[in-house]
Unconditional design. Sequence first.
Length: 78
Amino acid sequence: MVFIGCGKISQTRHIPEYLDNKDCEVVAVADSNYSRTKEISQKFNIPYAYDNWMDIVEDKISSKNFIGSTQSTLSSCL
């Protein structure tokens, strides 16, 4: 699982809930605010942190699912 957008809802709901699911592994987070992204990756022990979601694709991070938590992020992915 990869999260795009590390805002309040991702921090308090989405990421913790996915991490609690034994069938899910969160492997990367991305947000335009890199200091926040790095802080979240360290807090939740997520291996990769990016300031641009396109870098995840370029690095070929292995994940079956991408979660975009903001409308602007989702629309830019389409």
